[in-house]
Ligand binder design. Structure first.
Ligand SMILES: Nc1ncnc2c1ncn2[C@@H]1O[C@H](COP(=O)(O)OP(=O)(O)OP(=O)(O)O)[C@@H](O)[C@H]1O
Length: 266
């Protein structure tokens, strides 16, 4: 992936929450380079700083120190139009789909908003076809869902709907924070395959946030392993999994249950 263009670069990103006794350093001088079309996983245990990093990349949280470059220039989010431009390119899907949708808007409105966000002027027929196509991509039937509110859908249907929105928006970067947490193993691999297909079709950069190193290995080109606010190891997924250098990474890999060996539950 290093041969493709650098898209987002983070230099010495630090994030401190609180003051004095209540101070938490969630990120401590974190560096990264994500390339066009690359699938990156940020892996670490709970509290290692993954979500904080994702929010800073999204521009939802301000870093305490450090700089982020987007397409080779410092990322500026000072005014409404700079934020609007950036958010056209970067989208996120979160672990909890319930918090991602406006529960008072029906499915049809949620999907129509994607058309509006792109500034497309389409006839009613064209809009219908676009929404139908996006739902078909994620194995949902628009005709059955358009009149429903998000809370009338199952968790898995909502997660699919989130991916349908990504299909319509064509972002350059997708941050996916545990996007398969609410679905069974079978739907999980379908959802991951959908995201991989989107990458192939749009050369999208995908940043997965996960504590599951097995999943990260399955989907990623590159891994960043985080522990206590630091990136302790990064590089090609296969190289890290086959030859982990850091003790913490070795432990994460050792903790992945092996289906054919006996589990010690004592
Ligand atoms: N708004 C906040 N105020 C204070 N501390 C925070 C805040 N957000 C996160 N933290 C702290 O920063 C550290 C990193 O949290 P973060 O949510 O980024 O970890 P994570 O790796 O995403 O964990 P998880 O996998 O459980 O979501 C934790 O110690 C957390 O308690």
């Amino acid at each position: 992936m290093s041969s493709s263009k650098a898209l987002i670069t983070g230099r010495d990103i630090t994030k401190v929450f609180g003051y004095g006794k209540n101070k938490t350093t969630a990120l401590d001088d974190v560096n990264f380079v994500f390339h066009e079309g690359e699938i990156v996983s940020i892996v670490g245990e709970s509290g290692s700083g993954k979500t904080t990093l994702a929010k800073i990349i999204m521009g939802l949280l301000k870093e305490t120190a450090g700089t982020i470059e987007y397409k080779g220039k410092p990322r500026l989010l000072k005014n409404h139009s700079q934020r609007r431009e950036y958010w056209k390119d970067i989208q996120a899907i979160f672990q909890d789909p319930f918090s991602s949708f406006n529960m008072f808007h029906k499915v049809e409105k949620l999907l129509k908003d994607c058309i509006r966000l792109q500034g497309l002027k389409l006839s009613a027929d064209e809009q219908f076809r676009k929404m139908q196509e996006a739902c078909t991509f994620v194995n949902l039937k628009f005709e059955e869902l358009y009149n429903k509110y998000p809370f009338e859908l199952s968790g898995g249907q909502m997660q699919r709907l989130m991916i349908a929105r990504i299909f319509m928006l064509h972002p350059k970067v997708l941050i996916a924070d545990e996007p398969t947490s609410m679905v069974d193993a079978c739907s999980r691999s379908t959802i991951l395959d959908m995201l991989l297909k989107l990458r192939d079709e749009n050369n999208m950069t995908i940043i997965f946030i996960t504590h599951d190193v097995g999943l990260a290995y399955y989907v990623s080109d590159t891994l960043y392993i985080m522990e206590k606010g630091n990136v302790i190891e990064s590089g090609r997924a296969d190289e890290i999994i086959l030859n982990p250098q850091h003790r913490y990474t070795q432990q994460l890999i050792a903790d992945v249950p092996k289906i054919h060996s006996a589990w010690d539950l004592s």
